[in-house]
Design a protein around this ligand. Structure first.
Ligand code: IMP
Length: 412
């Protein structure tokens, strides 16, 4: 048994990480989130029911699995309590299984107001944030002006801060409700690892949204790559184990910033509809593009994925041809680029995507459970993607929990 698997977004988020976490948590004793906040939205389909989590880890439906929120996250207490209660009424119990690091920073009402106001004032220069107060909260953390969960339980501080922050009774009762879940998450991870209990590290957002290595300024404010697991929980890199990069069979993005392979018009509408490409958090229609290997190659380089999980392959049915961008060409110099430039330091308008085309397919692949069950063109499509340097070990062929091809049992 190999201990510990990390699941990370390899694109601009919304790759379908929730489903992969949900699959792998079946064999784990714990699932740890390490970054982001309620800007994330993970959708799970189980027995025809849709579940969406924003702050709780995607393993929430496994009743015996420990759920941990690391200090690298930012938590909106009212959101989290609502989320907990929405699962409690469905019979999910959180006693002795939910752990929130006391050092986690709290999203305050003014963070959300600042986020919204800034976006509304930015006109056509909007970043397209989720308006969940994420950037201002991390901003306060970094300028030593934040409030951590623990700070609310220091009697000498609380009255002063409450008055200053003008916190509502609803907000304070949510904080008090969360008190019972306070626990040193770094220590929990250490102890579970020490006992040989396997855990999953669940990433929110993704490589190209990473604060340091994403396409700044069109990024989120946390560390969404493998390195962020260590800082966001407080563990050694040696504890991580395997790294699964989740990549969607086509590209999507919300918010502003360059998307070199963007598709517009009827085909965009078609994929958006078939793939249900609307933000799980904001409901915004997502931008659609062809799979972009220079960005995936870059994500692979900075994360070192040991496996890829390809999701939503079924959504490409009926599209002919299927295209994958395998390099960018600089229109001026004719120079080719294998890796996408990480930050907005490049004039993307000069970069042209160069595509490899594959014939389309008309078969319903949702029943495929082996790689060989896929039409030949999709096998070639998958093999082509692996040139970035990691095998595709999991392939999603439908929204349900069981609609997946497992080419390798990652726990063995
Ligand atoms: P923020 O995280 O709300 O500050 O938004 C910053 C950027 O990250 C925006 O472009 C958001 O659309 C994007 N973003 C944040 N979280 C997610 C996510 O879970 N999926 C996709 N995009 C996200």
């Amino acid at each position: 048994m190999k201990n510990n698997i990390a699941i990370l977004g390899a694109g601009w988020g919304d790759e379908g990480k929730g489903k992969i976490v949900d699959l792998l948590v079946a064999n784990a004793d714990g699932v740890f989130r390490f970054n982001g906040g309620a800007n994330a939205g993970h959708t799970l389909w189980v027995d025809g029911h849709k579940y969406v989590t924003h702050l709780l880890p995607s393993g929430v439906l496994y009743k015996d699995v420990k759920l941990a929120l690391g200090q690298g996250m930012v938590i909106d207490p009212i959101e989290l309590v609502n989320e907990i209660e929405s699962f409690e009424i469905q019979g999910i119990d959180f006693t002795n299984r939910l752990y929130i690091d006391p050092a986690v920073h709290i999203v305050l009402p003014r963070h959300k107001i600042e986020d919204g106001d800034k976006e509304d004032a930015a006109g056509d220069k909007k970043l397209g944030t989720t308006k969940r107060g994420i950037g201002p909260c991390y901003g306060d953390k970094h300028r030593y002006a934040g409030l951590r969960l623990i700070d609310f339980f220091r009697r000498e501080d609380i009255v002063d801060r409450m008055i200053k922050e003008n916190l509502s009774a609803e907000f304070m009762s949510a904080i008090i409700r969360l008190a019972i879940y306070r626990h040193d998450v770094s220590l929990l991870a250490y102890q579970m690892n020490d006992r040989g209990q396997p855990v999953v590290f669940e990433g929110a957002q993704a490589a190209l949204l990473d604060i340091d290595h994403g396409q700044y300024p069109h990024v989120s404010s946390s560390s969404a790559i493998a390195g962020g697991i260590c800082t966001g929980i407080g563990i050694s890199p040696h504890t991580i184990g395997q790294l699964v990069g989740v990549v969607k069979a086509y590209a999507t993005k919300v918010g502003a910033g360059k998307m070199t392979t963007e598709i517009t018009g009827d085909l965009c509408e078609h994929i958006r509809k078939v793939g249900g490409e609307y933000g799980a958090t904001t409901g915004r229609p997502r931008r659609i593009g062809w799979l972009d290997l220079p960005t995936l190659h870059y994500a692979q380089r900075i994360n070192g994925f040991t496996s890829l999980a390809l999701t939503k392959l079924d959504c490409l049915r009926g599209i002919d041809p299927l295209r994958i961008c395998f390099t960018y060409k600089d229109a001026k110099s004719n120079k080719r680029m294998l890796f996408s430039p990480p930050a907005d330091t490049t004039d993307y308008s000069k970069l042209e995507p160069v595509y490899h085309d594959f014939p389309g397919f008309d078969e319903d692949i949702s029943g495929a459970r082996k790689f060989e069950d896929l039409p030949e063109t999709l096998q070639n499509y998958c093999n082509f993607i692996q040139q970035v340097g990691a095998p595709i070990d999991l392939i999603g062929v439908g929204p349900n929990r069981d609609q997946i091809i497992v080419r390798k049992d990652l726990w063995k």
